[in-house]
Design a protein around this ligand. Structure first.
Ligand code: T1G
Length: 696
């Protein structure tokens, strides 16, 4: 890592170039180098103007996230920004790439900001559970007004260079490179041919009434009480108006230090880094992916059409195959609908839609896929159906084609065994709706070739998805943990809790919906079919809760049937509690000789977390997942696990492994097979380690 700040001096101009690949994160090394270079420029009598620019693909994209939680190293970013803002010689910041977080705060400290076309600027700190802690909450409102400043900081979303110029966040969008433009401005300024904006001008523009109105409006719009950062951002913006400048900066720093130490912030940083860590596949570092341009998609249903649309958006040519003309027309119409919606939302231009549509073909036989580089099967979730398709693909697909199944829990090895080329077979488990869900579980079979795995990761990146590697087992990572979650919930249901208490408890814990609300939305018949599929092999020694079966037998298949665990009057979207369900559950308890007991929300939350973390520990022991943060990422991106809790493995670390393992031991006395703690708990505890220590 270079972490340099090179300086070039000539004609009265000092040009400082930041260089810390890949995103010029403002780590301690770069901060120190910049402070040194700034000092040299300030003390050099031959320098009258300073140009600050960055090498590589972007101006600093923020503070170095990996430094948080560690002892701070001088100079701090606020000190650095203060040094730039206090410079006796004007500083011109030449911006390009992603000017984010501390990077934007550094730019705000400069006298002038010039941005290249295509530059994006934002303060995403709130997405990390923190706030702009290097002067952003103090300087930005003075520059663009409190209302707009709060909008940027509370959304965390970037804006483009043109919008930034409209707001006054940048002084100009340059023609071509911003470094050259900055040098031209410096020369014109030195020649007395150009003025630079005065910082004091900005202060005079402050309208206290509008400022306080913006603060009050932002406070009234605060959402999730579980996340403190938004409220603290608003407090800092208020302080920027009401406190003297130095006290305002101190107020912001104190708020930043409070937030960075919270468990929510630690979890959100963990989620950010987990997403980047999942892409690291050491065994594939030198493996070349296969070229993929023409893709066949078998099945034009909800998943197949979504997958086809994602592939078209990434520039692939797609042949959609269905069993007959009617089904094919329906599949193509689904893709057309995705396109129409994207155009309506401004996410796709009409021209781009035409170009994508031109790359889409339809067929009613697999022979049309003879030239495909990749085939993704998204047919009915039945092993025999999939095996039949793969057997035919084996006959028609060209040698070297990658053959992928979108199965959500079937055995990829058994599907591969239907072909003579198991090395070419892999699982690509997309999530529904494909256009909204970023997660893909890459399910690696026993014989899957390394370059096929590499091809899957390369394709996922290309279509804007986050790939997580999984081994073959029932449910891979996500569905296996979901099954554990639902089993723990069903035990509680049979023991005495109502489905409504369980759903409320899990929503209070941070899930967008409870397990029974989700089941009603998805349809109870899907998991019922799976239970019946596994019935013959079910271990009679294991506790089995049949309440879901009783509901299905009574025709209560979920929202689509107008009733499931909830009642849906006139097919209402939101279900209502149904006393008939409580009666059905009571009857089932009586049949099982169970006397209902009081179950608290805390016990529900504790048991669900213990069940998920224990299943995660087993998944790690079996090598189904490479690292705990991969498991967390699957649950965060695919199953609505609250991001500010970081996933089941991080939540287990934060709850304390000793306490959690003790709970598992206690629960195991009721039902040993399900609750028996994985051996990994003992191994971590005795070595004083956490799951996080297993994240390479
Ligand atoms: N710190 C450390 N490493 C970072 C980083 C950061 N801020 N941003 C990216 N990386 C690493 C990333 O882990 C990956 O590493 C590589 O760079 C490429 O990233 C005081 C407190 C800039 C839009 O939140 O949004 O400033 O895997 O794969 O898809 O107020 O990175 O190669 O080893 O994501 O092209 C605020 C976070 C920080 C921006 C580029 N800034 N970064 O996306 O590449 S808090 C952010 C991003 C702060 C101040 C506060 C994206 C990107 P590796 P990548 P990308």
């Amino acid at each position: 890592m270079t972490e340099e700040a090179g300086i070039a001096i000539g004609d009265g101009i000092a040009t400082i170039t930041l260089d810390n690949p890949p995103v010029n994160a403002l780590g301690a090394g770069l901060r120190g180098a910049l402070m040194t270079a700034l000092g040299a420029a300030l003390h050099d009598p031959g320098v009258q103007v300073i140009v600050l620019t960055a090498a590589g693909r972007t101006w600093p994209a923020g503070a170095d996230i990996r430094e948080f939680g560690r002892p701070p190293e001088a100079p701090s970013l606020p000190e650095l920004c203060q040094a730039v803002a206090g410079s006796a010689k004007p500083v011109i910041a030449a911006l390009h790439g992603m000017v984010l977080g501390g990077g934007l705060e550094l730019a705000l400290a400069a006298r002038v900001r010039l941005a290249e076309p295509g530059t994006e600027l934002g303060l995403p700190e709130v997405t990390l559970g923190i706030l702009p802690g290097a002067g952003g909450t103090q300087r930005l409102p003075r520059l663009i007004g409190a209302k707009r400043a709060l909008g940027l900081m509370l959304s965390g979303l970037p804006i483009g260079a043109a919008r930034a110029e409209e707001l006054g966040l940048v002084d100009a969008v340059t023609e071509g490179g911003s470094a050259a433009a900055a040098e031209r401005l410096a020369r014109a300024y030195l020649a007395g041919e150009a003025e630079l904006p005065e910082v004091e001008e900005q202060r005079r523009r402050v309208d206290p009434g509008a400022w306080l109105l913006a603060v009050a409006a932002a406070r009234s719009g605060l959402g999730d009480p579980q996340l403190p950062a938004p409220g603290r951002i608003i407090d800092c913006v208020e302080a920027a108006l009401l406190l003297p400048e130095d006290e305002g900066f101190a107020f912001e720093r104190a708020a930043f230090e409070d937030l960075v130490a919270t468990s929510e912030a630690a979890a959100l940083r963990h989620a950010f880094l987990a997403e980047r860590r999942a892409a690291k596949q050491p065994d594939l570092a030198h493996v070349k992916p296969r070229e993929i341009h023409n893709v066949g998609v078998v099945g034009g249903g909800l998943m197949g059409a979504g997958i086809a649309t994602a592939l078209l958006g990434a520039g692939c040519s797609v042949t959609l195959v269905e069993r007959d003309g009617e089904a094919l027309a329906a599949g193509l119409a689904r893709v057309a609908t995705h396109h129409e919606r994207a155009v309506a939302k401004g996410r796709l231009s009409p021209e781009a839609r035409e170009a994508e549509w031109a790359r889409l073909a339809g067929a009613t036989g697999l022979a049309a896929l003879a030239g495909s580089d990749l085939v993704i099967e998204a047919a009915y979730e039945d092993e025999a159906v999939k095996a039949g398709i793969f057997a035919e693909l084996d006959r028609v697909a060209r040698p070297g084609a990658v053959l992928a199944t979108n199965t959500s829990y079937l055995d990829v090895n058994r599907i591969a065994a239907a072909t003579a080329r198991p090395g070419d077979v892999i699982g690509l488990h997309f999530f529904s709706p494909v256009q909204a869900m970023r997660l893909v579980e890459v399910v690696v079979g026993a014989e899957t070739a390394p370059d096929v795995i590499a091809s899957a990761f390369a394709l996922a990146r290309r279509i804007g998805k986050v790939a997580v590697r999984a081994g073959v087992c029932d449910g891979f990572i996500g569905n296996r943990i979901l099954t554990a979650y639902r089993t723990a919930a069903d035990f509680l249901l049979e023991d005495g809790a109502s489905p409504y208490e369980i759903d409320r408890a899990m929503v209070a814990w941070g899930f967008p919906a409870g397990p029974y609300q989700v089941l009603d939305m998805a349809g109870l018949d899907i998991s019922w079919a799976r239970r019946r599929r596994l019935a013959a092999t079910r271990d009679p020694a294991r506790r089995y809760v049949a309440i879901g079966d009783r509901l299905c037998e009574a025709g209560r298949l979920g929202r689509k049937a107008g009733k499931g665990y909830y009642l849906y009057p006139e097919r209402a979207w939101q279900g209502v509690e149904d006393p008939d369900v409580l009666a059905l559950i009571a009857a089932e308890r009586e049949a099982r000789g169970i006397v209902a007991r009081e179950v608290t929300a805390a016990e529900i939350q504790d048991r669900v977390l213990a069940a998920m973390a224990n299943e995660g520990a087993r998944i790690l022991e079996e090598g189904i997942a490479a690292r705990p943060s991969d498991i967390d990422l699957v649950m965060l991106l695919g199953y609505g696990f609250p991001r500010w809790r970081g996933g089941p493995m991080l939540a287990a670390d934060q709850a304390g492994l000793l306490a959690l393992r003790k709970r598992l031991v206690d629960y195991a006395r009721e039902e040993e097979a399900f609750w028996r703690p994985a051996a990994l708990w003992e191994e971590l505890i005795k070595n004083g380690r956490k799951f996080a220590d297993l994240n390479d």
